[in-house]
Design a protein around this ligand. Structure first.
Ligand code: CAA
Length: 246
């Protein structure tokens, strides 16, 4: 059975791999676009050349009103998603003593408000269907904190609080809600770091390298499958042993 998957920020590094992994599993995939580094038509053409036919809708996930508008379009054109991956995210790194209110708000808006703004648009119809998968992409830095990321660490920790609460509300309705917390992954977001800072971080990863985007997407794919039906409210680390916990 073909399912409809919505992946926010699907044109980014991890997002692209998630779109492909869900398509490989038989889902029809819709992504959101907003201030993309690569023009959306170019990204869609690249995916098509690689054998993937994706749909895309413009959505500012940090705005409830814009998410509502875009969700209306998605429902009209494609239907209600069976799978929702809240993946869109940004960084605005700065030591807290220098962090501006704009940097705080941008990161909290895009990385945390977004999970409310987007999930709220679809949750009632997902509950009515009686089957659903919601995966929220957080970060190792939401679990352990990170120098220069008070905004990002707070937002990503908040994402898992959301996961744990919503998982309880949807457990008996066939909808699982999980968090995936990637470690440092080979993406444009991580490449934007100063090389000497990144080298020091890679030295702290027991696997001795960055994650590949497909290693994150494989976990998302599993959580979105029927096989993962008893996994909900969980936070799955995919971090090369950089941070371990009970
Ligand atoms: N712990 C303790 N001290 C640290 C430190 C750390 N982790 N990192 C830096 N410092 C110290 C430095 O040694 C330096 O000390 P001195 O002044 O005594 O030399 C001081 O703090 C200032 O450091 P910087 O020169 O780095 O400060 P800056 O203001 O120029 O830069 C920063 C700040 C941009 C935040 C930079 O530190 C940085 O890029 N840090 C890494 C942030 C990071 O990990 N971002 C992840 C982005 S990718 C992502 O977010 C994806 C994901 O989910 C993993």
């Amino acid at each position: 059975m073909s399912r409809l998957a919505l992946v926010t920020g699907g044109m980014g590094g991890i997002g692209t791999a998630i779109c492909r992994a869900l398509a490989d599993d038989g889902s029809r995939v819709v992504t959101t676009e907003f201030k993309e580094a690569v023009p959306p038509e170019e990204w869609l053409a690249q995916q098509q050349a690689a054998g993937y036919q994706f749909e895309s809708v413009a959505m500012d996930v940090s705005s409830f009103e814009d998410a509502e508008r875009a969700a209306g379009l998605i429902k009209e054109r494609y239907g209600v998603p069976d799978i929702l991956v809240n993946n869109a995210g940004i960084t605005r790194d700065a030591q807290f003593k220098n962090m501006t209110a704009a940097q705080w708000r941008a990161v909290l808006g895009t990385n945390l408000d977004s999970v409310f703004n987007v999930t709220r648009q679809f949750i009632n119809e997902m509950l009515a269907k009686g089957w659903g998968r919601i995966v929220n992409i957080a970060s190792i830095n939401g679990q352990k904190g990170q120098f220069g990321q008070a905004n990002y660490s707070a937002a990503k920790a908040g994402v898992h609080g959301f996961t744990m609460a919503l998982a309880q509300e949807t457990a008996r309705k066939g909808i699982s809600v999980n968090t995936v917390s990637p470690g440092y992954t080979a993406t444009p977001m991580v490449s934007a770091m100063r090389p000497e800072v990144l080298d020091k971080i890679v030295a702290q990863i027991p696997l001795g390298r960055l994650a590949h985007v497909d290693e994150i997407a494989a976990v998302v794919r599993f959580l979105c499958s029927d096989a993962a039906s008893f996994v909900s409210g969980a936070n799955i680390p995919v971090n090369g042993v950089q941070y371990t916990s009970h």
